[in-house]
Every structure is written in structure tokens, then in C-alpha cells.
Design a protein around this ligand. Structure first.
Ligand code: VGL
Ligand code: ZN
Length: 194
């Protein structure tokens, strides 16, 4: 049977207030993310959760030629999921950005803890529809949604369960427009029907 899955992008301490690369109000989507998790879990549908997971020295960080302050360094507190996130035991954890030469904004560049690429896992589970929420709207969420559409998945962006960085004012709004333009649907939780 073709099926749906929830994909929670990078809901980690460093991307929330108090972290090293905080998304303003990033933590405020925790309750809504948990509500989506409950709905998917009730239906027996898979929940994926990605972790930005960088080595201490990576070309992704400013100091080594990139654009970002250090964040989500593998094994640190900042790289852990935010404590308010209630993941089911069966959640499938995905790791991305663990090579020193990659930014890996997209979850399609992630792999499971035992090394299986995200796309292969989706194919093995016959998943064809991804519901995407998390952080940040204008970076990793956007990159993930656009890759998913490119790969032929149906994509629903969870408007009430994303937050953006807005390095430039309006970045998140523009990102949402682009995702819709490329074919993503958008919902808020009252509209979820599984
Ligand atoms: C992200 C900037 C750098 C994200 C990750 O998760 O959106 N943004 N690394
Ligand atoms: Zn990163």
C-alpha cells in the first residue's frame, strides 16, 4: 500500500532559543509537532526525525569557509532534540551533515544511524506522501521539500509546525511561496486527514 509519513526537520536545541543558531520562537512549534506525531502514530504511520549533525571542523561553519556559527556539533547538547519533542519509540532518526565537506540542508542528504539513505528507506516502505515540519522554514525545510518534489513525492508542508530564520526579512514567506509554486500543498492541523 502506498503510504504517508511525517518528517520532522532538525528540531534541535541549537536551533531553538538559547542555542547557538536560534530560530526566533523555534521552540513554540513543539506542541503542534507533538500533535502531528500523535496523529501519525495513532494511524501506525512512520515518523522520521532528522538531526543536523556536524563534525567540529566543517566547511559549513564560518571559521572553515562556510557561513554559519558552530551548531549541532555531533554528540553535544546543542545537537540533541529539543526536550519538548515527544518522539515515539519507533521514530526513525536521520543524520545529516556529518561529513566535513557538506552543508546537507536537505533531509534527502541524510541517512539512518545504520547508514541507509533516506530515499532508500522511503522506497522500501512504499511511502509516497511526505508531511514536513520543523526548522528552519527557509533552509532545511525548504531544501527537503524541494528535493522531495523533485524526487516525485507528494508533499504537504505543515504551516503551523515550521519556523524560519529570516536572515533577510521575508525569507520564510518567500520560501513558502516557492514550495507551493513547485507543487507542495499546505495545511494546518485542523485540516489533517490521514
Ligand atoms: C539549518 C542552517 C545551517 C537548518 C542547518 O536546519 O535549517 N540551517 N544548518
Ligand atoms: Zn547545519
Amino acid at each position: 500500500m502506498k503510504s504517508s509519513a511525517l518528517v520532522i526537520v532538525d528540531f534541535q536545541n541549537d536551533f531553538c532559543p538559547g542555542g547557538s543558531l536560534p530560530v526566533p520562537e523555534g521552540d513554540t512549534i513543539a506542541d503542534t509537532l507533538n500533535a502531528y506525531i500523535e496523529r501519525f502514530t495513532e494511524k501506525g504511520l512512520p515518523v522520521f526525525a532528522s538531526k543536523d549533525w556536524h563534525p567540529p571542523e566543517t566547511g559549513h561553519f564560518k571559521e572553515y569557509g562556510g557561513v554559519w556559527p558552530p551548531h549541532c556539533v555531533m554528540g553535544t547538547k546543542g545537537a540533541e532534540f529539543h526536550p519538548a519533542l515527544k518522539l515515539p519509540e519507533k521514530a526513525i532518526i536521520l543524520i545529516k551533515g556529518d561529513q566535513p565537506d557538506e552543508d546537507a540542508y536537505s533531509v534527502f542528504q541524510a541517512h539512518t544511524e545504520d547508514g541507509r539513505p533516506f530515499k532508500n528507506v522511503l522506497e522500501d516502505m512504499s511511502i509516497e506522501h511526505l508531511y514536513v515540519g520543523g526548522l528552519a522554514t527557509d533552509y532545511c525545510v525548504k531544501a527537503t521539500v524541494l528535493d522531495a518534489l523533485r524526487e516525485g513525492f507528494r508533499v504537504t508542508l505543515l504551516l503551523d509546525a515550521v519556523k524560519g530564520v529570516d536572515v533577510e526579512k521575508g525569507d520564510s514567506e518567500r520560501a513558502i511561496k516557492e514550495m507551493k509554486h513547485r507543487g507542495a500543498d499546505t495545511i494546518t492541523i485542523e485540516q489533517l486527514s490521514l
